[in-house]
Write a protein that binds this ligand. Structure first.
Ligand SMILES: [Zn+2]
Length: 332
């Protein structure tokens, strides 16, 4: 391809970030998604590939290849910035990944290894924080001062944004709602299922997709995924078993979110992840939360993520904000 500008990149070989392109990568438990945005935030390209579970080097290679593919499709004047959302946290103390349900990342210097593989600095944030940034900026939480955003998917994470900025916390665990215990448990909810974090009864073991499927299987003997269960629960002909499973989920989410309101009292609660497509959650959660809130009325709206499945990947791309681009390397 003929170059008309000073430099035709697209292979990642160019220096500088003059094109203003941003890549966001959302590393999920089962899939890894990449998006390429232009300077204004318009999507130019997008791809989804399987996550190589349990394979750290494979994960680094997958991200490297995804970035190369995105850049190769839409050549720009220089490199794109890369932001990454992961189901975990970079420890402020060590710089290593911690608290990841993609456990093969734990203890790895993912920031360094990716920077090496991609030949540029990389910003990594918890995937739920990426969701919260995306939704607070131009999504379901736009215009709200305090946004609490939760991902109900393979796992269960959450992020807090205050006045447009992530509230990460001293230990980078602010918003780790999924590993608080289910509040006000009934006798048959104690001690609760075992969690990968080593405890029992974490919210994640009740309200993530696999948890809902396991709960349904235990109650009915039926093997169904969570999305199917919730779709059938909303269908009058869908069956009592699915409705009962949805009732248990709504009750548990309501207690978990009421506890958030009692502590943080956010202006809006935004739900993302696979389970967030279930309309019954938005119809039923506000009323179901009320009895558990320390308030005679609870006006907190519960909204579906506006950018849907794109929220995490868009938030990752916007980890490099205007004016925060990496220092440009002189061309020599
Ligand atoms: Zn846990």
């Amino acid at each position: 391809m003929a170059a008309t500008g000073s430099q035709s990149a697209g292979t990642g070989a160019g220096t500088g970030y003059g094109g203003g392109h941003r890549i966001g990568i959302d590393l999920g438990g089962t899939k890894t998604e990449g998006i390429l945005l232009d300077r204004q935030g318009n999507q130019l390209a997008r791809h989804r590939v399987p996550t190589p579970k349990g394979d750290y080097d494979g994960t680094v290679a997958t991200i490297r290849d995804l970035v190369a593919r995105l850049e190769g499709e839409v050549p720009a004047d220089g490199k794109a910035t890369v932001g990454l959302g992961i189901p975990g946290t970079i420890s402020p103390a060590t710089g290593l990944v911690k608290n990841a349900n993609s456990t093969w990342l734990i203890g790895r210097d993912f920031t360094r290894d990716l920077a090496q593989a991609l030949a540029r600095p990389v910003r990594i944030e918890n995937d739920a924080n990426c969701l919260a940034v995306s939704e607070a900026t131009d999504g379901a939480g736009a215009g709200c001062g305090v946004v609490f955003a939760a991902i109900l998917g393979t796992g269960c994470g959450a992020g807090i944004v205050v006045d447009g900025r992530v509230l990460g916390g001293r230990n980078a665990i602010a918003g780790e709602w999924g590993h608080n215990p289910l509040p006000w448990p009934a006798d048959d909810e104690r001690p609760g299922p075992a969690c990968y974090c080593g405890r029992h009864g974490c919210l994640e073991t009740f309200v993530s997709g696999p948890a809902v499927a396991a709960d349904h299987l235990a109650a009915t003997g039926e093997t169904l995924d969570a999305a199917t269960i919730l779709a059938r629960a909303a269908d009058p002909a869908g069956g009592d078993g699915c409705r009962a499973t949805a009732d248990r989920l709504v009750g548990r989410l309501a207690r978990g979110l009421a506890a958030v309101a009692n502590l943080l009292d956010p202006d809006v609660i935004v739900l993302g992840g696979g389970l967030s497509n279930a309309g019954l959650l938005y119809e039923r959660l506000p009323a179901a939360m009320q009895p558990w809130a320390f308030s005679d009325r609870l006006d907190t709206p519960v909204r579906r993520a506006r950018h849907g499945d794109s929220s995490g990947v868009r938030g990752a791309a916007w980890l490099w904000r205007p004016g925060e681009m990496p220092t440009e390397t002189p061309g020599g």
